[in-house]
Design a protein around this ligand. Structure first.
Ligand SMILES: [Zn+2]
Length: 607
């Protein structure tokens, strides 16, 4: 009776109990028991406790689910950066999230290889890389040794061109946005936008539409996987040539230079050529050295263009005004690109966050005026944290360094060790992508009747002999052994191990060390070589996770959570199925009915 009444009262797909009940079958046993319990309490005469009353009240408000899920990823955002920068943020941007949202201050990525595609796909799928298949931005095919990019696909082209492009086909499990499509038979409106294809594509999932910035033409483009031709509004936006308007302009600090933490420090930048290693940075013109659009991405402008395109997308695709809940993923890449080039320990690193704060404030204001923040569930997270640049750490006497060899030279050195021992050359595939993986040629090992496990261990010992290496873990050890007795580290590496894609060795650098080599003489006039994330250490795995909008009540949560919780919490909020490989749990602060249910599920009188 209650169920039918509720169904008729709500016209929205996600708010009906039957859907909620069906999706409950996909919940973890504990949560399922909780949901089933709550339903039972609503239907039966179970005695009502104050907590139950609150749960019912919250549930009544949730009769109208969000009109829009806005999933924001800030590329390279370490958790402590928000606290550090908070006094300098304005109103309405990060402070809206931090002061009015539910801020998880102890969120951690659960995996070891903290790269961009990996983090985005974990946030999108709620699944470990071992399950969703995205174990790096690139990896090698273990059978052939050929490089496989996480999104590049020869079967699809950049729309309107013959240039091969990208698709989400390497993602093996469903995303949260896929689950929205499944719950509506493909009627959901699902979009994602970023400067990077490998950031937009995981968020859009297999059924949504992804757009990304093209540094060849200053446009937001997509592939034939998504469209055969551009929607008119996309062509209109691109024809405005907003990016071109930044010609002959320069990037200067937003605030007084002396207010910056890193004022007077460094620079620790890569060789930035005419763009310079310190403020001001001149964008130049289109006719210059061909790097004009790339320079925009190495500044706050890339994030601003991304937000402007996202606003046009919201308006033209009428997000937030459809029958069901719509989804928009936005990944802001310029924080990452700036940090790689100038380091997080730079005025540029600070400035790009201050500017992103302004961009977020404008975006949230726009959404409030259109969809309404109370109708929008926002979740923001970092795809990974960031490492301090070794040359800066040295100034503070903190142990650090850079691997003193290129990856190719490392492979050559290990192959020499294997040749000396087994008299077989080139047992390691040449690697053209960054560590952590090194791959052995299994056909060669089999043909020469070698013991794979022993060869792995010999190669691991050879890698371990290099200065700056903490661990080189043979793949067989990830299944059967521990890693220096460090269970947490072993778990993070195990969660990377997709059997069809993982390498034979997983290499971990010492804390604070960079696997990238220093610049060779003559490569530039700057002391540093940039800085990379990607380690399993705290600074790379720790990121903020903040939910806001949609009538959430403000709280700061210190309980540790995992980033795999994000996608399943979004599913829980809509009452739809969890992504197929998801390993997380619903965060009770965001889905209070689940909290009430779980808390009460053990109550004897309610069983
Ligand atoms: Zn990233």
């Amino acid at each position: 009776m209650f169920i039918r009444t509720h169904q008729s009262a709500s016209s929205r797909l996600y708010s009906n109990f039957s859907l909620y009940f069906r999706s409950a079958a996909r919940l973890s046993q504990k949560t399922y028991q909780g949901v089933a319990f709550l339903l039972a309490c609503w239907i039966s005469t179970c005695s009502v406790l104050p907590a139950q009353q609150q749960a019912k009240q919250d549930s009544a408000e949730d009769k109208h689910p969000p009109k829009l899920i806005l999933q924001i990823v800030v590329d390279q955002l370490r958790e402590d950066m928000l606290s550090r920068m908070a006094p300098r943020f304005g109103k309405g941007g990060f402070r809206y999230l931090m002061d009015e949202g539910v801020w998880y201050v102890s969120a951690t990525h659960p995996h070891a290889n903290t790269e961009t595609a990996v983090g985005h796909t974990v946030l999108a799928t709620g699944a470990y890389p071992s399950r969703n298949g995205i174990i790096g931005n690139k990896w090698l095919d273990p059978k052939t040794g050929k490089v496989q990019d996480c999104v590049n696909n020869l079967d699809y082209f950049l729309v309107g061109t013959q240039k091969t492009s990208a698709a989400p086909l390497q993602i093996l499990t469903t995303t949260f946005s896929d689950q929205m499509a499944l719950a509506t038979n493909g009627k959901s409106h699902i979009f994602a936008v970023s400067e990077k294809d490998r950031a937009a594509i995981p968020l859009a999932g297999h059924n949504g539409k992804a757009f990304w910035f093209n540094t060849d033409n200053g446009q937001f483009n997509t592939s034939t996987y998504y469209y055969s031709a551009y929607p008119a509004w996309v062509s209109d936006w691109n024809n405005k040539k907003d990016a071109d308007a930044w010609q002959n302009k320069e990037w200067v600090p937003l605030d007084k230079p002396t207010t910056y933490l890193y004022y007077g420090t460094g620079p620790f930048a890569k060789n930035m050529g005419p763009y310079g290693d310190a403020f001001p940075h001149h964008f130049g013109t289109l006719g210059g050295d061909g790097t004009f659009y790339t320079k925009l991405t190495i500044s706050y402008v890339g994030n601003r263009l991304t937000a402007d395109f996202a606003k046009a997308l919201i308006e033209n695709e009428q997000l937030g005004s459809h029958e069901g809940t719509d989804y928009l993923g936005i990944s802001f890449s310029s924080t990452d690109i700036v940090d790689h080039n100038f380091s997080p320990d730079s005025m540029e690193g600070e400035d790009v966050l201050l500017r992103l704060d302004q961009t977020l404030a404008c975006l949230f204001s726009y959404i409030d005026k259109t969809v309404g923040l109370k109708n929008t569930l926002i979740v923001l997270a970092g795809d990974h944290g960031s490492a301090d640049v070794p040359e800066y750490l040295e100034t503070l006497h903190i142990p650090t360094g850079r691997l003193d060899t290129t990856i190719d030279d490392l492979v050559t050195a290990v192959n020499q060790v294997l040749l000396d021992k087994y008299q077989v050359p080139n047992l390691l595939f040449p690697s053209h992508q960054p560590l952590p993986y090194l791959y052995l040629d299994h056909d060669l090992i089999q043909k020469n009747h070698l013991d794979l496990v022993e060869v792995q261990r010999t190669a691991a010992d050879a890698v371990m002999s290099k200065k700056g290496i903490y661990l080189a873990l043979p793949a067989t050890s990830t299944q059967t052994n521990n890693s220096n007795g460090d269970a947490q580290l072993l778990e993070r590496i195990q969660r990377m191990h997709n059997p069809a894609r993982a390498g034979d060795l997983y290499v971990v650098q010492l804390p604070q060390w960079q696997l990238g080599r220093p610049p060779a003489s003559g490569e530039g006039n700057l002391p540093g070589a940039g800085v990379d994330h990607g380690s399993p250490w705290e600074y790379d795995t720790s990121v903020p996770v903040i939910f806001a909008g949609a009538r959430l009540k403000h709280s700061v949560i210190s309980r540790p959570i995992s980033t795999v919780d994000v996608a399943v919490t979004l599913s829980g909020k809509l009452g739809i199925g969890y992504p197929s490989g998801s390993a997380g749990t619903v965060l009770p602060e965001i889905v209070p009915a689940a909290m009430a249910c779980q808390d009460m599920a053990d109550e004897e009188h309610c069983k």
